[in-house]
Ligand binder design. Structure first.
Ligand code: ATP
Ligand code: MG
Length: 564
């Protein structure tokens, strides 16, 4: 752990904030904002920023605004606006009446731009995008002034006004800040402030055909809203100079401080809207809320809880340099939360029929099962037992190797909350040789799971009574990428080449305990030994249940790594 990283909620940002509060900077106020662009769905990286901004407001009795940074009408949509609001609320945060849109400031921003023109700090440029790029120079070579750089204030005002009026075509002219074409920071080489886009905006309709650029809009929106600390990710470090330049060259209501922190990167995951959009659009996943995606709606559908995501964000802390967080830590966070709260039940995912030969046919024994050993208040339930049950296919081996302690021919095991059973016969499909059924005997003296004579068994299996079982489809998920760092390009291969085709496995003949028959959308529980599951909110119907596995009980990958 370095000095940049956090323990117990203190970090380099809280240090700055506490110092500012102490010296009564900003009149002792703290105001943050979460500024998503409504051009895609939020992902777990955004959750880090949401938890940070809203969390600081809570800790220091400040405020946090939700502001849509909606300045690019070609990529934005109300669908995204609605989804983003739902996701922030679901995560447990509230912006009260502090919902803002950069587009609400378009008129004010226009006035600020006019001010820059009047004071000789902005000009209309007729170069096209390619030419602007050529004139910009490189890291080692200064740029070249545009031939239009020295237009008079009057001409600039006139042209900018006519840009707004729609007289010119897209891309034919831009408004640029007049800073320094030789500036060592390329961003400061006369950055574009406005461009022409004859596109309807999801909120302002056709009122505007010129739209302000991010760097111009963001600092001024922060200032208009009285933000004190403007937290953003490291890739904006170079933009800070422009953030400050704009605020210093207009009559801004206040000058917030931009502070950069390291974005979240997760192993086996991509966290870029562009890449997520591609996965969705090309059909590699089934929509934005596909449980394989790291989107907040995908994680929610998969069964992640807001508590788990917030704990995860706390745990990863805040650093000033980029790093990659192991996705196992995210899985640990949800496991830890569900362990406390999820009721237990038995679910057989790959059923193998077992006939208990000495159990009276037609008899049903109601056995007592504990709902949650971690929660004494959760109580008990009755699990019906009968002469035909299902066990997990993987819990039986005809020729068990040394370390396999579960069921095999002649072996005795415990059925959870029920009886000891011994396998007496293996029935196979004549043609394929596949094991299709087991015959067992049970020991009535072991009711509840213990032998009065003190004899031990080496395994306890989950089971479901065949006559009482509820049928369900269960979807198992694995990592969407088979490579730890899918963003890294190797031998011309990109993240698209590392999509894990086994990230989704659908099991259609699962058998669940009857207590789950009425489980409604979003219901979550642990299937003993198999993991944490939740009822799918979209596809599950009464009588046709669909469960998603949220996470396994143990980190299967860590085990594999140890083995190899
Ligand atoms: P992406 O890089 O995924 O395309 P973005 O930065 O374009 O996302 P915005 O809607 O602009 O998405 O992001 C809103 C806020 O969330 C910004 O302040 C941004 O810095 C922050 N953010 C985005 N991705 C991450 C991340 N991986 N970790 C932490 N914060 C993030
Ligand atoms: Mg962005």
């Amino acid at each position: 752990m370095t000095e940049n990283e956090t323990t117990h909620g203190s970090n380099f940002i809280t240090t700055i904030i506490e110092a500012d509060l102490k010296t009564n900077k900003n009149d002792g106020r703290l105001a943050t904002r979460f500024p998503p662009e409504p051009n895609g769905y939020l992902h777990i990286g955004h959750a880090k920023s949401i938890c940070l901004n809203f969390g600081l407001a809570t800790t220091y009795n400040g405020t946090c605004n939700l502001r849509f940074d909606d300045t690019n009408p070609t990529k934005e949509d109300v669908e995204y606006v609605d989804a983003i609001m739902a996701d922030v609320r679901w995560l447990g945060f509230d912006w009260d009446n502090r919902l803002h849109y950069a587009s609400d400031y378009f008129e004010q921003l226009y006035d600020f731009a006019v001010h820059l023109i009047r004071t000789g700090n902005a000009y209309v440029d007729d170069l096209n995008a390619d030419e602007i790029r050529q004139y910009r120079g490189t890291l080692t070579e200064a740029g070249t002034n545009s031939p239009w750089r020295n237009r008079s204030v009057e001409e600039n005002l006139n042209l900018f006004q006519r840009m707004r009026a729609g007289e010119f075509e897209d891309g034919s002219r831009v408004l640029r800040a007049k800073i320094d074409m030789g500036h060592p920071n390329l961003i400061m080489r006369d950055p574009t402030l406005y461009r022409i886009r004859k596109t309807s905006h999801h909120r302002t309709g056709d009122t505007w055909c010129i739209y302000p650029m991010y760097d111009f809009t963001h600092c001024l929106s922060d200032s208009i809203e009285g933000i004190t600390h403007s937290l953003c990710t490291l890739e904006f470090e170079n933009n800070r100079a422009l953030y400050d330049w704009v605020l210093d060259h207009v009559d801004a209501p206040c000058h917030p401080q931009q502070i950069e922190f390291a974005r979240l990167n997760l192993s086996y995951t991509v966290l870029s809207k562009r890449k997520l959009i591609q996965l969705v659009d090309e059909g590699h996943v089934n929509g934005w809320d596909d449980p394989r995606l790291p989107t907040i709606c995908g994680l929610r559908r998969r069964g992640y809880t807001p508590e788990a995501l917030r704990n995860f964000c706390d745990r990863i802390g805040l650093a000033k340099r980029d790093s990659v967080v192991d996705v196992a830590l995210l899985e640990f966070s949800v496991r830890e939360d569900l362990n406390k709260r999820a009721p237990r039940a038995m679910g057989v995912l790959r059923p193998l029929k077992v006939v208990i030969e000495n159990y009276p046919e037609g008899q049903v024994d109601e056995l007592e099962a504990v709902n949650n050993p971690e929660d004494p208040d959760a109580g008990v339930r009755k699990a019906p037992f009968s002469s035909e049950i299902y066990i997990e296919r993987d819990d039986f081996m005809e020729n068990p190797p040394k370390k396999f302690f579960r069921l095999g021919p002649g072996r005795e095991v415990r059925l959870r909350y029920a009886f000891f059973v011994t396998c007496t016969e293996v029935i196979k499909d004549e043609k394929t040789g596949e094991v299709v059924e087991l015959r067992c005997t049970y020991d009535p003296a072991t009711r509840g799971g213990d032998a009065p004579d003190g004899r031990k068994v080496k395994a306890t299996l989950h089971w479901v009574s065949a006559a009482h079982a509820v049928d369900a489809e269960v979807r198992l998920y694995d990592r969407l990428f088979s490579k730890a760092n899918p963003d890294e390009k190797v031998n011309g291969k990109t993240y698209m080449d590392f999509i894990n085709p086994e990230a989704l496995e659908v099991l259609r003949s699962c058998k669940l305990e009857p207590c789950l028959a009425d489980a409604g959308p979003g219901y979550f529980c642990q299937f003993e030994r198999m993991g944490y599951f939740c009822v799918d909110v979209k596809d599950s119907k009464p009588g046709a249940l669909v469960f998603n596995r949220t996470v396994t009980l143990r980190d299967a990958w860590a085990k594999l790594k140890k083995k190899s």
